[in-house]
Write a protein that binds this ligand. Structure first.
Ligand code: 3PG
Length: 211
């Protein structure tokens, strides 16, 4: 069975959608998949996010869809009920980690300091989201390997096609792309071909392999 970790390690890119409107969530997932991105995080700042999670989890079988910006247990339960296959938080949030653990679903807890990284791991995060990654940079990701050898990081925030490879080279398991690939304007405008092209460029620059 392919695990979440396997998929993260092989895909190496997670798209993060933060928009006010998603006109067609399945079309969005398919546009990203066509550009080589098959792991998708829909954030809770997006209205009706649970209906979009449901649409993708039932209508886009090639996409691994998760919920992001999950801030409490109620959202975590709502996301899982809607079909989210993983949860992501911007901070170390114990009650979200608890819901994920009970459900046996992967959770990426957000951390920005070594103390938070340690706490995230104690709470069961197999992969730690480093956020906002653009502020601390690839060197931070690399240096964490000193005290935490083998730590799996997934940097997010401020990553684009120019710096994505630096984070991968610094040891990140995967990198997140938000506005650089799935800008709110492109998502809200249903510009699927543009999103496919941006995703393909990001994947090629991040991994060195054209999708
Ligand atoms: C977010 O919080 O929206 C994600 O980390 C993506 O951020 P980005 O738009 O800077 O990539």
């Amino acid at each position: 069975m392919t695990t979440f970790t396997d998929q993260l390690r092989s895909s190496r890119v997670v798209a993060v959608v933060r928009a006010q409107r998603i006109p067609d969530a399945v079309a969005l997932a398919e546009a990203l998949a066509a550009g080589g991105v098959s792991i998708l995080e829909l954030t809770y700042t997006t209205p009706d996010v649970e209906s979009h999670l449901h649409a993708i989890s039932t209508g886009a079988p090639g996409t691994l869809v998760g919920a992001g910006t999950v801030l409490d247990a109620a959202q975590a339960r709502g996301a899982l009920g809607a079909g989210a296959q993983f949860l992501v938080t911007p901070a170390v949030i114990e009650e979200v980690a608890e819901v994920a653990r009970e459900a046996g679903v992967p959770v990426l807890l957000g951390a920005m300091t070594p103390t938070e990284v340690l706490r995230a791991r104690e709470l069961g995060a197999e992969h730690v989201k480093i956020f906002p990654a653009g502020v601390v940079g690839p060197r931070f990701v690399k240096d964490l390997q000193g005290p935490f050898p083998g730590l799996s990081t997934v940097p997010s925030g401020g990553i684009d096609e120019r710096n994505a490879r630096d984070f991968i080279d610094a040891g990140a398991t995967a990198v997140c792309c938000g506005s650089s690939v799935v800008s709110a304007a492109d998502v809200e405008g249903g510009r699927w071909a543009k999103i496919t092209a941006s995703a393909a460029e990001f994947v090629e620059r991040a991994t060195g392999v054209a999708p």
